[in-house]
Design a protein around this ligand. Structure first.
Ligand SMILES: NC(=O)c1ccc[n+]([C@@H]2O[C@H](COP(=O)([O-])OP(=O)(O)OC[C@H]3O[C@@H](n4cnc5c(N)ncnc54)[C@H](O)[C@@H]3O)[C@@H](O)[C@H]2O)c1
Ligand SMILES: [Zn+2]
Ligand SMILES: [Zn+2]
Length: 378
């Protein structure tokens, strides 16, 4: 079958909206019709060249949609099911899955090739195999994905809102709740308020932090943070350092979480300086994985017992966290509707990324109006 998709062919090139060939689902796979796809900075890394995937690749790793067909051996899903995609697959059996760390599932090793677990591709164009970003490719009307990447949700949920729970929400929320282990009364510094950082703000506030300090040079980001749980906001790291010293009587922040678009040495140094003795810095934002990009004073870590750690998917388990976040949305404790600044069609994906680069969006979302396949449930 054919599907329209936004394809990246090389570094620095825009998304090309083109018709590609899509295979039928094989063993353990499902055909999904996407209803919505979020514009996360991680796809911008591929376009910009901060992170280089295998090209060509269909972009998009935040997605929600409806299952139209299932391949042989699929038992957990059936046509008509509504799902939120996890940007990391969960096999359930590898060492990491079986020890409650399924965000580190071994099947996630190929998310930048976009190849499915059996080592083959379902998107093709002009004789080329195309991967799907994070084994998904949500910037496509339809895709064939592993059932390990799809979390079933109730049919009455708004997929155009819960789509954010495929990446931005669990990553941001979990960075505060799981990775930083925010405790009641904590002072938390959060650097960078995009689709990830805004959810770190929500997670820190929900976990009971006394001071949630949001740092972003852009006024629209600081305003959004204050509306969604930040007690304070600062334009620069220097201002945050000064404020946090005042707020904590010179002790420092308990935890600092880095959710900027591109992580650099400067922001990591600021975060390490802002935390107290025994405090933790969580690095959630990404940078070029092939380069050394930070340098730290080791004595500061030794003498003050500071911890610097990374966090992937908010250090949570997708099949546990996605349903939990949906419940928090339903109870009104977690805001999603308020996070969506602009919506786009698939054809406007480059415009959406320009808005992300220009700092206009908390989160942009592509909305599809693809009719269901003949005979498939609506
Ligand atoms: N670890 C994971 O599992 C994971 C998952 C998804 C995304 N990410 C990464 O998280 C990062 C954030 O993604 P996003 O979609 O929220 O990006 P975004 O572009 O929407 O937001 C980034 C924000 O950071 C701000 N910023 C930039 N430099 C800053 C600085 N030095 N100090 C303070 N603020 C600064 C920008 O103004 C912007 O508001 C990206 O690197 C993305 O690839 C990581
Ligand atoms: Zn993402
Ligand atoms: Zn696994």
């Amino acid at each position: 079958m054919k599907t329209r998709a936004a394809v990246l062919r090389g570094v620095g090139q825009p998304f090309e909206i083109t018709e590609v060939e899509l295979d039928e689902p094989k063993t353990g796979e499902v055909l999904i019709r996407f209803v919505a796809a979020g514009l996360c900075h991680s796809d911008e890394h591929l376009r910009h060249g901060d992170i280089v995937p295998r090209f060509p690749i269909v972009g998009g790793h935040e997605g929600a949609g409806i299952i139209e067909k299932v391949g042989p051996g699929v038992t957990r899903l059936q046509p008509g099911d509504h799902v939120v995609c996890s940007f990391l697959p969960v096999c359930g059996h590898c060492r990491w899955c079986s020890t409650g760390r399924s965000n580190l599932c071994d099947q996630g090793a190929t998310i930048l090739d976009g190849v499915l677990p059996d080592g083959t591709y379902r998107f093709h164009h002009d004789g080329d195999d195309l991967g799907g970003m994070c084994m998904l490719g949500t910037f496509s009307e339809r895709a064939v994905i592993s059932e390990n990447s799809a979390v079933k949700v109730d049919d009455d949920l708004p997929l155009d809102k819960v789509v954010l729970i495929g990446c931005g929400v669990p990553t941001g929320w979990g960075s505060a709740v799981h990775a930083a282990a925010t405790e009641p009364g904590d002072t938390i510094a959060i650097y960078g308020i995009g689709g990830i950082g805004i959810n770190t703000v929500q997670g820190a506030a929900l976990a009971g932090a006394r001071n949630v300090v949001a740092i972003d040079p852009l006024p629209n980001k600081r305003e959004a943070a204050e509306q969604l749980g930040a007690t304070h906001s600062c334009e620069t790291a220097e201002q945050a350092q000064e404020l946090i010293q005042e707020l904590t009587r010179g002790v420092g922040a308990d935890k600092a979480i880095i959710t900027v678009g591109v992580v650099d040495a400067e922001v990591v140094s600021s975060a390490v300086n802002v935390i107290r003795k025994g405090g933790t810095v969580v690095i959630t934002g990404l940078a070029d994985p092939t380069k050394t990009n930070i340098e730290l004073n080791s004595a500061m870590l030794t003498l003050f017992e500071k911890t610097v750690k990374g966090s992937l998917f908010g250090s949570g388990d997708p099949f546990n966290d996605i349903p939990r976040m949906i419940e928090l949305y339903q109870s009104g404790d977690l805001k999603l509707d308020e996070l969506i600044t602009s919506t786009y069609t698939l054809d406007q994906v480059n415009e959406g990324y320009q808005d992300l680069v220009d700092g206009k969006n908390i989160r942009g979302v592509i909305i599809y109006d693809t009719p269901p396949l003949e005979g498939a449930p609506a």
